[in-house]
Ligand binder design. Structure first.
Ligand SMILES: Nc1ncnc2c1ncn2[C@@H]1O[C@H](COP(=O)(O)OP(=O)(O)OP(=O)(O)O)[C@@H](O)[C@H]1O
Ligand SMILES: [Mg+2]
Length: 264
């Protein structure tokens, strides 16, 4: 489990359109870059599930990549268990990427990647358990290109959960899943968290995901992103959005905050 602190984090990318090769031209504007994240300060407690919402393109994935150490901040820092993140720290953190499966390996071999430390028999059992969990039983010997988009995502989930890292970082883990699979896997993530209590960061576009899963909800503003809302959800689980008035009010507030004037 990790404690994560984000201090005065800024990120900007060089504005390539403004870069000039001429030695006489002033490149200072280009090197200032396009601001993506602006002075982000956040703290995530050990074992917390943090759901991050925000408009498309505001910098959510960029924020996750910096927490995982895949990208360097332009200013500020990320501390994991009080130690500054200076590069990828894959043993403790796992990121679900959009197409993170290794294409030359079967589903079985992809899930096996995180379980190589186990004895062969225990490993086999664990791989099968994770594959069954995401309902890919009988598809384990197929390659990623032979799976549908939703099945690929389920295989990625199985692999990520199998790695059992200190922090789980998930970038839109349910995108591309059909409604029922989305609900099922979301439930699995909640149940799994009850068991293992890892610090879990989830970027989602689905407000209900955030309300059902989050101990904390973060809403980022449009670019350059600032923290628009940081709210602890002190509700037990399972949560029922239809019955809990406070959650329903928060749901309306979140829709409004994200630019939809009526909740759907
Ligand atoms: N390597 C890069 N070079 C230049 N600009 C980049 C780079 N990576 C991301 N960006 C820009 O940073 C902004 C934020 O991107 P990011 O992927 O973090 O958004 P996001 O909030 O995850 O969006 P979405 O919800 O659509 O996934 C975008 O405008 C994107 O164009
Ligand atoms: Mg993204």
């Amino acid at each position: 489990m990790s404690h994560i602190k984000i201090k005065n984090l800024q990120k900007s990318y060089i504005d390539r359109r403004r870069v000039s090769r001429s030695k006489t031209k002033d490149n200072s504007k280009a090197s200032q870059g396009i601001a993506i994240l602006n002075d982000i300060n956040l703290e995530f407690e050990k074992g917390e599930v943090v759901c991050i919402l925000g408009p498309s393109g505001c910098g959510k994935s960029t924020l996750l990549r910096m927490i995982a150490g895949f990208e360097k901040p332009s200013a500020g820092e990320v501390l994991v268990n009080n130690k500054p993140v200076t590069g990828p720290h894959a043993d403790s953190i796992f990121v679900f990427q959009h197409s993170g499966l290794l294409p030359w390996m079967t589903v079985w071999e992809n899930v096996e990647l995180g379980l190589r430390h186990l004895e062969p028999v225990a490993r086999k059992v664990a791989i099968q358990e994770h594959i069954d969990l995401v309902e890919l039983t009988r598809f384990e010997h197929l390659y990623p290109y032979q799976l549908s988009g939703g099945m690929q995502r389920r295989a990625e989930l199985a692999r990520g959960i199998a790695v059992n890292p200190d922090t789980l970082i998930m970038d839109e883990p349910f995108s591309g899943l059909d409604f029922l699979t989305h609900m099922k896997i979301r439930e699995e993530v909640v149940n799994m968290h009850e068991l293992i209590k890892k610090t879990t960061l989830i970027v989602t576009h689905d407000i209900d995901d955030a309300l059902i899963m989050g101990d904390k909800i973060i809403v980022l503003s449009g670019r350059p992103a600032t923290v628009k809302l940081e709210k602890n959800l002190n509700f037990g689980r399972p949560r029922n959005l239809a019955e809990n008035l406070e959650l329903r009010e928060l749901r309306d507030e979140l829709f409004f905050m994200l630019g939809v004037s009526y909740a759907v």
